[in-house]
Structure formats: structure tokens, C-alpha cells
Design a protein around this ligand. Structure first.
Ligand SMILES: Nc1nc2c(ncn2[C@@H]2O[C@H](COP(=O)(O)OP(=O)(O)OP(=O)(O)O)[C@@H](O)[C@H]2O)c(=O)[nH]1
Length: 530
């Protein structure tokens, strides 16, 4: 039982503390890493969304500035041309000047008020004197103000945007218009303005008009394409500025920023693939791990040390509990350093328990060895003592003592008086023998006295003295009580303990047969007291 308790004690507590503490530490570490991962991820997403939004706002402003600048250039040219509308040569020069002035327009055209092309730059365009009724020209003739058309396919087959200004003379008469084109599917000013910003990691931007048609896209083949359902385009075409995570038409998760170009209703969208935005996350997490790991290892080490510190006193107590029956165990347990309350309480309880146990063991040992009536040793002790002396080849004498006519005493005075006689004789035997002698009550009214290191004669003298002493006294209410004794000596009468006892027993019966109240020595009756 002790062993089971001790092993359960040690295995469970020590490992349990360690297991629990390490689990808590690992869980905390994992939790910290996960929380850090979530935070870092959200920061990267938020930063990307915010920078895309800011960038879209900037590009929308750039686009608006460009349109304003284009209108200014066209308005200036219209003013210059108003006085020269009758001269194609001068108009041609003005058209070429405007065309060369910047890269804003792929072509420049002057129209009269009926929509007939007066001049073109470059001059090579085969449009002179043609009346164009394309959406851009028709709208401009109708509206007679600064305009930016929606994209349409021109007479020459170009997908273009037409930017125009009316030509009005000094009297306020409408003469016609001057227009600049942006060929969307060719290298144009939008590429110069927006294309520089193209990223390499999958990020890109595009511009749509209010019919969801792509005006600008890094993949030029997609220009003119009409985009279907798309949350980002829905939002930007409502004129909003903002940011959102959305899936693009190719099924890629994107982080998009968007802004509308106010005058035209165009929308600029800047977006970056989610995976590209999160690419630095792995490196960031590795960094976090690298920075956390030493502290985590130190924590583990501390936990291991602390768990050992906590479990050590309990482990030592459990180890000592296994030797509970050893008399030295209390000393060992006292030596255990129980530094915290529970272990100190356990130690105290163990010491109290061990003390009680040892008291009980001593009591049991006494009970097992002693005759409860007389306090003399019992037969088992005599057997053990004889076995020891035999092994030590010790010289000794055995004296058997039996009360004469004891049955009569019992019958006459009762069993209790008989018991008192037994106790009285035990006291007398004790008085007449030495401390080293072993005194036993081996049966009802029979005693055995073992006398170590003695000669046969000395043993006989002791037996005779005892016989006399008993016979001399009286016991109330019985009166005189006598005993018969048999003496045998080892090795004088026999060299084996059993044989010595038998010889002494026979001698005692010899004394009985010879008349009682006397001592008989093995084989021969040496002395008759009566
Ligand atoms: N009071 C008491 N009597 C006991 C005890 N043990 C045995 N006796 C009695 O001791 C008596 C022994 O009687 P016997 O063996 O006949 O021997 P005796 O009467 O002494 O006769 P001899 O030995 O021949 O002198 C019996 O009556 C037992 O009942 C005991 O512990 N107490």
C-alpha cells in the first residue's frame, strides 16, 4: 500500500506540475504568436487599403488636372483660331502647334459649325472636309461648351475620348470647335500619367467611365471592355472615395482603393492582390518568433526549475515513506526541506503518523512476546532465545517449574485466586533470578527459566533457592504453595536446545514423582527439599 501510494505520489505530482506548466507556457506562446499574426496581418491589410485609397485619390486628382489642363489648352487654341477661321493655313498651323505642344492629344482637329473637318494634326489623317457625326463631335456641336466625351469608336476605327472646346468669335458667334483625341488603345497621355505607377507584384490600377467601360488598364487589350458585377466599380461610380477588400473578375482577392474623377464621372481603382500584400507576413512572423523564442525557452527553464522545487520535498517525502517501517525514517523525513505550507503540513502529518505507527508496532511486539497475566515472556520468546543461544553455542541451563496441586487450588478457591497465585509466583521467580535470565510462562501453571553462562551447579543452586523461597511463603487465602523443578544444562546434559528442554522437563516430572516440592536434575534427582 505504502509503495503504491508513494509511486502514485511521485509520478503524478512531479510530471503533472511540469506538464501543466509547460502546457500553459506553450499555449500562451502559441496564443501570443497567433494574436501577433492576426494583428500584423490586419496592419498589412489596413496599410495596403489605405495607401491604395490615397493613391487612387491622387491619381483621380492627376486625371482631373490633366482634363483641366487639356481644356485650357483647347480653349486657348479656340481663342487663337477665332480670328483666323477663314484661313485653313493658319488653322493648320494652330492645330499643329497644339498637337506638338504636349503629348496630351493623339490628334487635334478643327471643325466648322456644321461638323465638317477643316484641318487635322497630324495633317495626314484622311478626314479633311468630311462631316463627322460621331458621338463626341455631335455632342460638342450641340452643347457648345468645354466637353469630355464618353469613349466611342471613331470614323477611322479608333476607340477614343474626344475633348473639345467651342470656337466663338469676338461678337459671340459660334464658329465651330477644336477637339483633341485620346486613342485609348494606343500609347496615350493616360499611359504617361498613370502607367508609371504600375507595380510589379501584381498590383495595378484601372480607370472606368460611368458605363463601366475600361478607359485605362495595364493590359491594353482589355481597354474598352465593359466590366460586369464588381463592388468596387459600383462604389466608385456612385462618386465615392474609399477602400475595400473584393474579388476581381479573375477571382483573385484584391485590396482596392478607389476615387471618382468629378467632372467626367470616371472612376480610378488601385488594387493589390491580398497575397502580395501579405507576403511580408511570413518574414514578420519569423522575426516575432526569433525575438520570442529565447524568452520562451527561459520561461520553460524557469518552469522546469520551479516545478522541481515544488515537487522535490514531496518526492523526498514519498521516497522515505517507502521505508516507513525503518526506525531511521523519522530522522530522514525531519531532514526534508519542506519550504511551502502544504509540504510542511504533509511532513508534519507523516511524522505524527510514523510516531503513532512505531508506538503501535512496539505495543504489538510487546503483546506478541509477553504473557499478559504475569508479564513474563511467552513460549515464542523462549524458542527464539534458545535458537539464538544455540547458534552462538552459548552455555546455559534450563529450569522447568510446575506448581504442585494447582488444580486443587483452582477448584477450592476459584480461577481468579489461581491467577493471583500465578502472578505471585512470577514475582518470586523474578526476585530469585538475574537480570540476564529469561523468564517464561510456557503453559497454564508451568514456567521455564533460561539461565545463560552458568554452570550446572550454579543452576541447581538457583533452582533450589527458588523452590525453598516459594515453599517458605504463604499466599492468602491459599496458604503454602509448592513447586517442582527440573534442571538440565547445555552442554552438560545435552548439546542441542530441544534435547536440553526435554531433559529438564523429564527431570521436573521426576521431581513430581519423587514427591513434589523439590528440584531434580536431568537423569538424577540431585536434591530433595522435603
Ligand atoms: N487459574 C488458572 N488456572 C489455570 C491456568 N492455566 C491452567 N490452569 C489450571 O491448572 C491446573 C493444572 O492441573 P493439573 O495439570 O492437573 O496439575 P496439578 O493439579 O497442578 O497437579 P500436579 O501438577 O500433578 O501437581 C488445571 O486445573 C488448569 O485448569 C490459568 O491461566 N489460570
Amino acid at each position: 500500500m505504502n509503495r503504491v501510494l508513494a509511486s502514485v505520489f511521485r509520478v503524478d505530482l512531479h510530471r503533472l506540475i511540469l506538464l501543466m506548466a509547460v502546457s500553459v507556457a506553450l499555449f500562451t506562446l502559441a496564443n501570443g504568436l497567433y494574436a501577433s499574426y492576426r494583428v500584423q496581418r490586419q496592419i498589412l491589410i489596413d496599410n495596403t487599403l489605405e495607401s491604395n485609397r490615397a493613391y487612387a485619390v491622387k491619381l483621380a486628382a492627376i486625371t482631373q488636372n490633366f482634363l483641366d489642363e487639356a481644356h485650357q489648352q483647347l480653349a486657348y487654341s479656340a481663342a487663337m483660331a477665332a480670328g483666323q477661321f477663314g484661313s485653313r493655313e493658319r488653322l493648320q498651323r494652330e492645330a499643329e502647334r497644339l498637337h506638338r505642344q504636349s503629348d496630351n492629344f493623339n490628334s487635334v482637329l478643327f471643325f466648322d459649325a456644321s461638323g465638317r473637318v477643316l484641318v487635322t494634326a497630324p495633317e495626314t489623317l484622311p478626314l479633311r472636309d468630311q462631316v463627322l457625326n460621331t458621338p463626341g463631335v455631335s455632342e460638342a456641336l450641340l452643347e457648345r461648351r468645354l466637353l469630355v466625351s464618353q469613349p466611342y469608336v471613331s470614323t477611322l476605327g479608333n476607340l477614343l475620348v474626344f475633348i473639345s472646346a467651342p470656337v466663338i468669335d469676338g461678337t459671340g458667334r459660334y464658329l465651330g470647335l477644336v477637339g483633341g483625341t485620346i486613342y485609348l488603345k494606343q500609347q496615350n497621355v493616360l499611359h504617361s500619367l498613370l502607367g508609371e505607377q504600375y507595380y510589379r507584384d501584381g498590383s495595378y490600377l484601372y480607370v472606368v467611365d460611368y458605363t463601366r467601360r475600361l478607359l485605362y488598364h495595364p493590359e491594353i487589350t482589355r481597354v474598352g471592355e465593359q466590366i460586369g458585377a464588381n463592388q468596387v466599380i459600383d462604389a466608385v461610380l456612385r462618386g465615392q472615395v474609399g477602400q475595400m477588400s473584393a474579388r476581381n473578375s479573375q477571382g483573385t482577392d484584391m485590396l482596392a482603393g478607389y476615387a471618382a474623377v468629378p467632372e467626367t464621372g470616371w472612376g480610378v481603382v488601385v488594387q493589390r492582390p491580398l497575397h502580395a500584400a501579405l507576403a511580408p507576413l511570413d518574414a514578420l512572423m519569423l522575426d516575432v518568433l526569433r525575438n520570442t523564442l529565447p524568452l520562451a525557452l527561459l520561461t520553460m527553464l524557469f518552469i522546469w526549475w520551479f516545478a522541481r522545487l515544488v515537487s522535490l520535498p514531496l518526492q523526498q517525502l514519498a521516497d522515505h515513506v517507502r521505508e516507513l517501517e525503518q526506525p531511521t525514517v523519522a530522522g530522514y523525513i525531519r531532514g526534508v526541506h519542506s519550504w511551502y505550507f502544504e509540504s510542511a503540513e504533509l511532513k508534519r502529518a507523516l511524522l505524527v503518523g510514523i510516531d503513532l505507527l512505531h508506538q503501535r508496532i512496539s505495543q504489538l511486539a510487546r503483546d506478541v512476546q509477553l504473557d499478559p497475566l504475569t508479564g513474563l515472556c511467552n513460549r515464542r520468546v523462549s524458542e527464539n532465545v534458545l535458537a539464538t543461544w544455540q547458534a552462538e553455542q552459548r552455555v546455559f541451563a534450563a529450569v522447568f517449574l510446575d506448581i504442585d496441586w494447582f488444580k486443587q487450588i483452582n477448584d477450592t478457591y476459584g480461577h481468579d485466586i489461581g491467577d493471583q497465585v500465578l502472578q505471585h509466583l512470577a514475582r518470586l521467580i523474578r526476585e530469585c533470578t538475574r537480570d540476564v535470565d529469561v523468564l517464561c510462562r510456557t503453559g497454564g501453571e508451568e514456567f521455564l527459566i533460561l539461565l545463560p553462562d552458568i554452570t550446572p551447579d550454579a543452576a541447581l543452586l538457583i533452582a533450589e533457592r527458588l523452590c525453598r523461597q516459594i515453599a517458605r511463603g504463604t499466599i492468602d487465602p491459599v496458604g503454602q504453595v509448592t513447586v517442582s523443578l527440573g534442571v538440565a544444562h547445555c552442554p552438560f546434559h545435552a548439546s542441542e536446545a530441544g534435547a536440553v528442554l526435554k531433559a529438564a522437563d523429564r527431570a521436573m516430572y521426576q521431581a513430581k514423582r519423587s514427591g513434589r516440592n523439590r528440584v531434580a536434575v536431568a537423569r538424577t534427582v540431585l536434591h530433595d527439599i522435603a
